[in-house]
Design a protein around this ligand. Structure first.
Ligand code: SAH
Length: 373
């Protein structure tokens, strides 16, 4: 499938309405929900605190709402979470859930504990249509967009399932949109989810602790820069268009120069400190010294950091991970050329929970519809 076909197939994909499932409504929409029914908008904040902070889903227990209002909510609204299908725990403490989406599909959510933080990696789509050559999710094809409730529901569920920290706070300090799917291809559901994650009456995470990772949908990135300020990660993976066209096919529509310009606009719009560029280390493909030098020419002197990701293999892939020594040399070369560079530690690979290994349960609709299968 061409990247353009993937793009338009996603545009055409329906964003399922959340209906009266209030779980996925950000503050403005929830205020409107109350106002339309003749109630004061501040009830939205009360409800959000019950749902997202105290994790109470039973309207009857929301004691600062008047009894008749509770009854009205119970009669007209729901608070529905994605159902957990199963759980896996890695020997390194990484945790993975398989959660049900619509029509028998399933998505994956991963929790990565570290000494000073706990990162939840969430999915935004059932599958993905962007067809990046080295990604397990891409191999599954694309089925559908998640609703905001299904996105936020992953966070709610993980908080409920994980033991709290010693200080009583939630185990989750950071949320990254690095699970299944391309978040900017599901813009309409993802932006309200970001708003809920940032809202002090809901999850109250700081902007630096919520990261959206994109393969580079430039128009949506510009739109995001107008609407919602979160940390940005961009899946670059190659320093030139020829190679990136092969690895990340959306590059044929939004080439590197356009993508980087959009990144600098994003940083300028919010006064953010930097964009993180993800770069998967593929043995003999993009891991040579000339690649590091070309990457440095693109990024040195810019508000950029590079995060090198050792490739995580999956069945049927043609790629192999670069040896550790090659990754270290690549990192050192970038640092020598004044690019701040880190190497992502692989976590949870024994339960197929590492970057690019998430597969869930996806019945591909796009490729068949486009007739190239
Ligand atoms: N669609 C978004 C977010 C998903 S994946 C995006 O493309 O950014 C999060 C990161 O894992 C991306 O940088 C992605 O390119 C990378 N990734 C995908 N497959 C991988 C694999 N097999 N090994 C290592 N990283 C991988």
């Amino acid at each position: 499938m061409s990247a353009r076909a993937a793009d338009s197939a996603q545009d055409a994909a329906t964003v399922a309405a959340d209906g009266d499932n209030l779980l996925g409504l950000p503050r403005a929409a929830l205020e409107q929900w109350f106002a339309e029914r003749g109630h004061k908008p501040f009830h939205a904040r009360q409800l959000m605190q019950w749902v997202h902070q105290r994790q109470v889903l039973d309207f009857e227990s929301m004691t600062d709402l008047a009894k008749p209002l509770r009854a009205e909510l119970a009669a007209n609204a729901t608070l529905e979470l994605p159902r957990i299908i199963n759980r896996h725990k890695s020997t390194d403490g990484t945790f993975k859930w398989l959660m049900a989406a619509k029509n028998g599909q399933a998505i994956e959510t991963v929790f990565i504990p570290e000494a000073d933080r706990g990162t939840l990696c969430i999915s935004s789509q059932v599958g993905c249509a962007l067809d990046c050559a080295f990604c397990a999710t891409a191999k599954q094809g694309f089925n559908s967009n998640l609703t905001t409730a299904e996105i936020v529901g992953q966070v709610w569920t993980a908080i409920a399932e994980l033991p709290r920290r010693a200080n009583g706070e939630s185990a989750i300090t950071n949320v990254v949109f690095m699970g299944m799917g391309e978040p900017l291809a599901n813009y309409r559901s993802v932006v309200p989810a970001l708003q809920l994650l940032l809202d002090d009456h809901a999850y109250g995470l700081s902007r630096r602790r919520v990261t959206l990772s994109t393969s580079g949908l430039v128009p949506q990135l510009d739109k995001l820069a107008q609407e919602c300020n979160v940390a940005l990660a961009v899946s670059l993976h190659a320093p030139d268009d020829d190679l990136r066209d092969r690895l990340v096919p959306i590059n044929k529509i939004h080439p590197i120069e356009d993508l980087l310009d959009a990144c600098w606009r994003y940083v300028a719009a919010f006064g953010n400190r930097h964009v993180t560029f993800e770069y998967v280390m593929l043995d003999g493909v993009n891991d040579q010294r000339e690649h590091a030098d070309a990457l440095a020419r693109l990024l040195a002197g810019k508000p950029a950091k590079v995060n090198l990701i050792p490739f995580n293999p999956f069945p049927g892939t043609e790629f192999e991970r670069s040896p550790d020594a090659v990754i270290d040399r690549f990192r050192d070369r970038l640092r020598f050329r004044n690019v701040v560079t880190t190497v992502r530690r692989t976590r949870g690979d024994d339960i197929d929970a590492a970057c690019g290994q998430l597969a869930g349960r996806v019945k591909d609709r796009v490729r068949r519809r486009l007739g190239d299968r």
